[in-house]
Write a new protein. Structure first.
Lengths: 302, 302
């Protein structure tokens, strides 16, 4: 069975490690709109989170970076007068240095991602959503425009969100293999990642949404449980976009694509509202507290 | 009193920390021909050795890098399949990342060097010999051409040296301030650095040799003691160039520039041969075993 999953950061990574334990041939298409150039290296937070989780190297407690990583480089950069709020670990730096060097020598982001995930022993195919630069910019309620990592890490999601833009999206193409992997998949899974800034950019790329609309089996998992996100600013962002902050609100965003939506037990009373959008609903425990829970949720999707 | 010193790596750094302890306004002009692009960062071994020694941060035992540095990044790069023979430490990586980022944003190497030495608390003015790329290439006796760091670090100076070239030297200009600092100096010091690959590239830049010839007070310190270098491949390289491997042989290389040459006690019998070149000779203990010895040698120069 071929599965293609659309994923962002931790929520995506957790479902991917479930899918990785199954007898399925899974390809993950990963958001790159929160990529950033930091300290001269090309940082791909979502690709790296997924890679590290699948490699068994992630700091799963903290939700970012590598287990037992040290912070010598970033601390030394701080002493050299560099703003050090983006706490990239030393081994995480190595990943980014390797990627940056590969890109500088003419490799695509797809090629670099492939080389790195193989070197770290990841079996699953990981494809960045695009080899072209797309960057999420947050327009704040006090009139500033922040890069996503500034908003997310430096300002800890504190500024009010007025607008979310994906700079470069009009000129970006899906990476090689993205459209094909969706077309040839027996099942497409939209992971429980932030619908605005993780899944949103992937869906905003040309052809992807159309390809998903045509696909007969697209299943999503709600990232919103009982009106809140488990992690990250998904709730605030949905609210800022004038969307309902609920499983049904997310289902509405995906209503043209979804064939089935998996919501948490806490949201069983949303079933009717979602079914009214023409989407089948499955109710289950969607909180992935460990690898076993990831496996259970992934199995229920298949 | 204004002093301008021409310096390479450890031998240069040791004399600079002596000069730094004196009541002199010293500017160091530092070799950049052994710079390299490694792992996507711009490495300046000689600039960094001098900076770290002057900042009191150098690993003076090992002779390169920072005291108590860790090697997480380079080890992780190795696991990602990268050749890891150039053992850049984590905090050393930070220096190189900072430099690379500054260069990418349009800063010159002179500007980047200035920012980094100030951030690390170094008082002495440090100027790279040139902002333009010059790269030492070693032609080996078995017909290979190696970058200097390949020859020096990867192959541990083992290949026979047939030829030493400075790629880019014809198009390189002395960095801003280099010529002026030589002209305005009361004393120019040629540090006991490798005459072929450390001092050689500086002297090969246009205008520098002429400016030194015109200068009335140029003093050198012999890097060769009793027919051998304290450290590094200076002896092999002099031999490969058909030069005499001795204090007198080095004096001959500098004979058009030098007003006085300081040789070690072990080489007192070279005095006459050097004086015949029209160079005054001072005989003293030139082995800088610690900061006090560096200070003694620097004082004797002044």
């Amino acid at each position: 069975m071929k599965v293609t999953a659309l994923a962002g950061g931790v929520g995506g990574a957790k479902l991917l490690i479930g899918l990785d334990q199954l007898e399925a041939d899974t390809t993950a298409i990963i958001n790159t709109a929160d990529d950033a150039e930091m300290y001269g290296v090309h940082v791909c937070p979502d690709i790296d989170i997924c890679t590290y989780w699948l490699a068994g190297l992630a700091d799963t407690e903290r939700g970012w970076g590598l287990q037992d990583d040290s912070f010598e480089v970033i601390d030394a950069l701080g002493k050299l007068g560099v703003e050090d709020w983006f706490r990239l670990g030393d081994r995480d730096f190595a990943t980014c240095l390797r990627r940056t060097d590969l890109l500088a020598s003419g490799e695509t982001l797809t090629g670099a991602t492939e080389l790195i995930r193989r070197a770290l022993g990841v079996q699953m195919a990981l494809i960045p959503m695009s080899d072209d630069p797309v960057r999420t910019r947050i327009g704040t309620t006090d009139g500033r425009t922040l890069d996503f990592q500034e908003y997310f890490v430096k300002h800890r999601c504190e500024p009010g969100v007025a607008e979310v833009r994906f700079a470069g999206i009009a000129d970006a193409k899906p990476a090689p293999g993205v459209i094909e992997s969706i077309r040839s998949a027996d099942l497409v899974v939209i992971c429980p990642s932030n619908p605005v800034v993780s899944i949103g950019p992937i869906l905003a790329l040309p052809e992807i949404r159309e390809t998903l609309i045509e696909h007969p089996r697209v299943a999503g998992v709600s990232p919103i449980i009982a009106g809140a996100a488990l992690k990250g600013p998904a709730a605030e962002m949905l609210g800022a976009q004038g969307e309902e902050v609920s499983a049904a609100g997310v289902a509405k965003l995906y209503s043209d694509l979804l064939d089935v939506f998996v919501v948490d037990l806490a949201d069983r009373d949303h079933t009717h509202a979602i079914e009214e959008l023409g989407i089948d609903v499955r109710v289950t425990d969607t909180v992935m507290t460990d690898a076993a829970a990831s496996l259970r949720l992934a199995s229920s999707l298949l």
